[in-house]
Ligand binder design. Structure first.
Ligand code: HPA
Length: 280
């Protein structure tokens, strides 16, 4: 977004939404954010428009390997959806307000539910790399909040409630979908960190002590913005590495991507089942 621009946030959102509508008339009920290595779900979407972020006014382009930057409008399991194939991260240098801007556009286009996914490190000692987790709550440890700055009451309240950031009915639906698909599913707390350096063992032990089950560098800002606008949220995490801080376990982006790719088919199956069952 342009700094020092006279236009309000709402006008920026409307400009972006109007541009998207020139490419597709679909009114999405569901927004989907596809995290690191999980972009293949996009292939299951019957797409009407695939729009590179760089073309959409106000969208920041993604710079991270493994993150294609496309806004997709189409149908998945008969539901009208808008999907982000790849996301922008805080560590890329954008403001948090900019990283959540596409979520605001999703809501403006019509989406009332947000399904957000990510790859993360596992802090829970019982788990292993390759597991899938439904997010039940989060800890914002990013040192910032996407709602910093002036608040437009037309978007949402100044002090939005976060007591049920992740919709309990959607968590239950996701758990049932996993059982139906024969997929082992975990539930737990996601802690969002700034990145881009991975955590030290001391940091990992601290985060687990706080009650977090998984650690990653995304999702929390998007969920805060979605809740600000009254969207219902479902979060799914692919555990790509075990980051317990007890034995020296190095982690690399290549390993994270490789494990996410391994989990991807199971993730796609789970999400397709969830979307089929979603009451929209
Ligand atoms: N830490 C932080 N972010 C991550 C990790 C991790 O271990 N794995 C994937 N994303």
């Amino acid at each position: 977004m342009e700094k020092g621009s006279e236009s309000s946030m709402m006008e920026h959102i409307e400009t972006a939404a109007a541009f998207v509508r020139t490419r597709s008339k679909i009114t999405p009920d569901l927004g989907i954010i596809l995290g690191s290595g999980l972009g293949a779900l996009a292939d299951a979407i019957r797409a009407e428009a695939v729009i590179p972020y760089a073309q959409i006014p106000g969208f920041a382009p993604t710079t991270v390997e493994g993150h294609a930057g496309n806004f997709i409008l189409g149908h998945l399991q008969g539901k009208a959806v808008v999907a982000m194939q790849g996301r922008v991260h805080y560590y890329e240098g954008h403001s948090l307000a900019d990283t959540v801007f596409p979520v605001r556009v999703m809501r403006r286009l019509g989406a009332r539910v947000l399904l957000v996914s990510n790859a993360a490190g596992g802090l829970n000692r019982q788990w292993k790399a390759g597991d899938l987790m439904i997010i039940t709550d989060h800890i914002n440890f990013m040192g910032a909040n996407p709602l910093m700055g002036p608040n437009d009451p037309a978007l949402g309240p100044r002090f939005p409630d976060m007591s049920q950031a992740y919709d309990p009915a959607l968590v239950a639906l996701a758990e049932q979908a996993a059982v139906a698909e024969g997929i082992l599913i975990r539930t737990g707390v996601y802690v969002g960190v700034h990145g881009p350096s991975y955590e030290t063992p001391a940091e990992l032990r601290m985060l687990r002590g706080w009650g977090a089950d998984a650690v990653g560098m995304s999702t929390v800002p998007e969920v805060i913005a979605a809740r600000h606008m009254g969207m219902r949220v479902l979060g799914i995490t692919a555990i790509t590495d075990m980051a317990t801080g007890e034995k020296i376990a190095t982690v690399t982006h290549e390993e994270v991507m490789a494990v996410a790719k391994r989990i991807e088919p199971m993730f796609v199956r789970l999400v397709k089942h969830i979307v089929k069952e979603l009451p929209l």
